[in-house]
Design a protein around this ligand. Structure first.
Ligand code: F6P
Length: 361
């Protein structure tokens, strides 16, 4: 029987979203003969009247769309329908309008591509509206539980690694310490993985409390050994040594991470006398073409998500575990975030390479 399935991208964008849209469209259309509707800007497309959506066809992905960055559907981080920001500054629960939007479209199932925040919201909407739901994990932060990898992470790591590759020669040419601040929200997965791949000497993570004395000692050890530069990676959620969060506020008063690289670079100059420069890599980590790993992951997730609908298996999230694609209960996946394991293999690897993690010199 022909089905109508809706798909939306929600929360911050990342590389690989168009590759999932392509996989879902091809599998649903060619594999099952269903129709796919792409909803604009996350749940906002279901909130606005007229509804904002467009049919997705296999032909739309014939060209190079699937390996472009961003999302052709658009997305938002500001459209929580349970607390929707109104023009007068108040917040209103508009969730039932979204549910009604789904009904107006006549959807048999909805696929939501998101990180933990947006998947929680979409799952709750679907629960209230009795809408069959399948989730696909995407976030450069890689902090969703129950999946080894989320779409966007490996591309972000590649970008951050390339940044380190580029910072190293300029650091060595000028006898400088370079501090690279990386995204990741409250988790240090990008910083740890890219730091190892890019040859960092010091990596500071939100999961491992640090002391500046260890950073100072590590830089002095390197200088003593004849090194004339150092590479430092810091995850954006790392706090000051005294435990103060480092954040910036935009004009609306919304706080965002940002500034720990600057703080650390000043502290390193104060303590070691080294000339430092800091760089905030920011949204460069989210943009650009997905790498091959993210394209493959997105393709596997997209096909599996459609197959789950065909099997009538709902409230599931597709996931990557032990080199294969599986599905897990969505409630398990969104119950808690997955931080870096301070005893995990990558932390051990970093320590084995002599990388300072700030808790010892
Ligand atoms: O969650 C993804 C992420 O890129 C985080 O790493 C970062 O802190 C945040 O989103 C940035 O959000 P925004 O796009 O709102 O600046």
């Amino acid at each position: 029987m022909t089905k109508k399935i809706g798909i939306l991208t929600s929360g911050g964008d990342c590389a690989g979203l168009n590759a999932v849209l392509r996989a879902v469209t091809v599998r649903a259309t060619d594999g099952y003969g269903w129709q796919v509707f792409g909803i604009s800007h996350g749940t906002i497309g279901l909130l606005n009247r007229p509804l904002e959506y467009r049919p997705l066809t296999v032909e739309m992905f014939d060209g190079g769309v699937f390996h472009q960055g961003g999302t052709i559907l658009g997305t938002t981080t500001k459209g929580d329908p349970f607390a929707f920001p109104m023009p007068d500054g108040s917040f209103k629960d508009r969730s039932m309008e979204v549910v009604e939007g789904c009904r107006m479209l006549g959807l048999d199932a909805l696929i939501g591509i998101g990180g933990d925040g947006s998947l929680k919201i979409i799952h709750e909407l679907c629960r209230r509206g009795d809408i069959p739901f399948v989730a696909i994990p995407k976030t450069i932060d890689n902090d969703l539980d129950c999946t080894d990898q989320s779409i966007g992470f490996m591309t972000a790591v590649d970008v951050a690694t390339e940044a380190l590759d580029r910072l190293q020669p300029t650091a060595a040419s000028h006898d400088r310490v370079m501090v690279l601040e990386l995204m990741g929200r409250d988790a240090g997965h990008i910083a740890l993985t890219a730091g190892i791949a890019g040859g960092a000497d010091i990596i500071l993570l939100p999961e491992i409390p640090y002391k500046l004395i260890h950073v100072q000692n590590k830089i002095n050890q390197l200088l003593k050994r004849g090194r004339n530069f150092a590479l430092v990676v810091v995850a954006e959620a790392v706090k000051t040594e005294e435990g103060q969060p480092v954040q910036i506020k935009d004009l609306s008063g919304r706080a965002r991470y940002g500034g720990i690289g600057h703080y650390l670079s000043d502290q390193i100059t104060r303590l070691t006398g080294a000339e430092t420069r800091f760089m905030v890599l920011g949204h460069v980590q989210r943009g650009g073409q997905p790498d091959a790993a993210d394209r493959v992951l997105a393709s596997a997730f997209g096909v599996k998500a459609v197959d789950l609908i065909a099997e009538q298996k709902f409230d599931r999230m597709v996931a990557w575990q032990n080199r294969t694609v599986v599905d897990v209960p969505i409630l398990e996946a969104i119950a808690q975030n997955r931080a870096v394991d301070p005893k995990g293999v990558l932390v051990q690897t970093a320590r084995g390479l002599g990388i300072c993690l700030g808790d010892e010199s």
